[in-house]
Design a binder for this molecule. Sequence first.
Ligand SMILES: O=P(O)(O)O[C@H]1O[C@H](CO)[C@@H](O)[C@H]1O
Ligand SMILES: O=c1cc[nH]c(=O)[nH]1
Length: 317
Amino acid sequence: MASILPASNTSMRSDRNTYIGKSFVHIKNPYLDSMDEDVLYHLDLGTKTHNLPAMFGDVKFVCVGGSSNRMKAFALLMHKELRLEDSEEDIKDICAGTDRYCMYKTGPVLSISHGMGVPSISIMLHELIKLLYHARCCDVTIIRIGTSGGIGIAPGSVVITDKAVDSFFKPRFEQVILDNTVTRSTELDKELAEELFNCSKEIPDFPALIGHTMCTHDFYEGQGRLDGALCSFSREKGLDYLKRAYNAGIRNIEMESTVFAAMCRLCGLKAAVVCVTLLNRLECDQINSPHDVLVEYQKRPQLLIAKFIKQRLGLRD
Ligand SMILES: O=P(O)(O)O[C@H]1O[C@H](CO)[C@@H](O)[C@H]1O
Ligand SMILES: O=c1cc[nH]c(=O)[nH]1
C-alpha cells in the first residue's frame, strides 16, 4: 500500500496514512509509487505535465454528480457562497482537454461530473483518488449530489444515504476483477450523514430524510420500470419489488452509490450520498414534471451541501 510520507514528519501513528490530526488518502496499489509518471487520462491531467500539489493541495471538499451542467452550477454557487475574490469567468473547466468529465475548483471545493452508471463513475473515481493522493490532500470529505427515483416519499425529497445497497437490497458492491467477483463493503460515514441531516433542518421548508439508497445497473428494467424498450415482468411483479424495497428501508434508487461508497471507504475518504427524488416510483415510472420544477429539485442537494461546507469552514450565511 502506498502512502504519503512527508519527509519531515515524525509524529506518524501506526496507521501509515494517518498523522496527528490529519487523514491522507489511501492508495491500495503497490505499483503506483514505482511509476515514473501517472497519466490521469480521462481527466486530462498527469504528474509530469501538471503540478498537482500546487493545483489541488488545498482541496477539502469534493462534490461529484452525473451531469456536467449541474457540477458547473454547483461550482458557481460555491464561488458566490464562499465570496471568493476572483471573477466568475475565472472558473474554467480543468478537464477541458477531454469531454469525458468536467472539473471546477472554487477555493477548497472541487466539483466534478461522473456521467451515468457504475463504470463511468468508477473510472472517474480511480483517477480522482489518485489525483488527491498525488496532490497530497488531507482531511477530504467527498459527497455525491445526484438525482434519484423516490420510493414512497414525495417528489423533491432529499435522501441522505445511510446505506448504499445493491439490487438484492444488500450493502455490497460486486466488482469483477480478472475472472473473480470481489465483494466490497458499501458502508458510508454515519456521522457525516447525521451532520448533513442536522444541517438540512436549518433550511426552511427543506424536505430531507435519512434512508437506504439502492444502486442499480440500469434505469429501466433494472429499476422495475415498465416504460423501457424492453420489459420482461408484469406490472404486479414490478410494484411488488418496489414495495419490498420500501419495506427493507430503501427510500430512493440511483445508479452510482455502491461503487462510490466502496471505493471511497477503501481509500480512506469520508463519503456521503445526497440525492433528490424526481418522482415517487410507487406511483409512476416516467419523469414528467415541468422543466423548472426539475431544475429546482436538482438545486436542493446543492443548497444543502453549500450550507454544510460553509458551516465546516466557519462561514456565516
Ligand atoms: O443525477 P445523477 O447524478 O446523474 O444520478 C442519477 O441520474 C442518472 C439517471 O437519470 C443516473 O446516473 C442516476 O444515478
Ligand atoms: O428514477 C430515477 C430518477 C433518477 N435517477 C435514477 O437512477 N432513477
